[in-house]
Design a protein around this ligand. Sequence first.
Ligand SMILES: Nc1ncnc2c1ncn2[C@@H]1O[C@H](COP(=O)(O)OP(=O)(O)O)[C@@H](O)[C@H]1O
Ligand SMILES: [Mg+2]
Length: 386
Amino acid sequence: LDRLNSVSREFLTSIRVVKAFGREDYETGRFGTAAEELAASGISATRVTAVFGPLINLTVNIGIVVLLWLGGTGGHQDVGKLMASVNYMTQVLFALSMVSNILNTMVRATASAERVQEVLSEKAAMCEPEIPTAEKPDGRVAFENVSFSYIHSPEKSLDNVSFCVESGQVLGIIGATGSGKSTLVSLIPRFYDVTGGRVLVGGRDVRSQKTSQHREAIGMVPQKSLLFSGTIRDNLKWGDPEADDKALDAAAHAACADEFINGFSKGYDTVLGQGGVNLSGGQKQRLSIARALIRHPAILVMDDSTSALDATTEAAVMTRIREYARGTTVILISQRIASVMRADKILCMDEGRVSGFGTHEALMAESPVYREIYKSQIGDDEHASR
Ligand SMILES: Nc1ncnc2c1ncn2[C@@H]1O[C@H](COP(=O)(O)OP(=O)(O)O)[C@@H](O)[C@H]1O
Ligand SMILES: [Mg+2]
């Protein structure tokens, strides 16, 4: 049943892709296979009952017949004893048919139990500290020789990464896709534990803090904007349930989201479909930036979250964020060099390793990878100055 559910959920949520690629038949086939599996397990469970039920019935009834026969022909039993024996026999029959019902349930339950056991036996990969530090961290972020590989993956997604950024600074991260940028920032809220080295936030190891408290200080704008069904107001309040309308407005303004929200006839009460289907990509990104800003985080992580915005809007968002969130450390991942060029520090990633760290000028002088990206996006120096 679990498999049937996941097949149909996947099909329904990606129905447009399925239609676009004309894969309806394939998906119907997958559903059919899952449904047949469910049917087969139902049939095998029923078969057990189908055999056992009549078998038990037959045995006991034969027993009663034999009893009556012996009692009737032997002649030395009185009627009361005979009837009592028949009664016992019927009760045994009743109990046995219960057993066959239980057998049926057991066949179904063992299948479920295996799945449940898989989940239960999964160990929590992360341990909470015994004595967590109480203070709220400030916005300093430092990586010390951090290595990380995903579970079941032989390759290192991060290899000996070290850098540090002070409170209130902007750190730009640039690098090819798959170079480990998203992996790197997911270590800051401790979505995963490092496999080597340390991640420090506010000067303290992230593992020395209570995870829930630690994450409160961090505003995440994930690479894929995830919104929930409900109104725009509901979605923004995710960041801070206590926020009033003024706070919502301020955060929306900082993310340049107020323009389009006020353009809707219902404003903040506009209802979003599941995953925000009735918004454009850029609108979704701006809403998820506003949702992160409203928490007034000490650290704001933006994972390629302005990719669907045009350059002018992107620049406006960045300026407004700086005004709105003074003192907040901003970690900004981008594919576009123009977006990170003006950051206080830039981290250039290449295949999980740091290939350069410093200001734009320093990287232009030192890092061949960074120079290469710059050339491919902006052109070489002569072109740029012309
Ligand atoms: N959940 C995951 N499980 C296993 N490997 C992953 C996972 N996410 C990313 N990776 C691998 O880690 C590397 C870095 O990925 P990622 O950090 O997403 O890169 P970027 O954000 O720079 O495009 C890639 O080689 C990718 O295959
Ligand atoms: Mg990424």
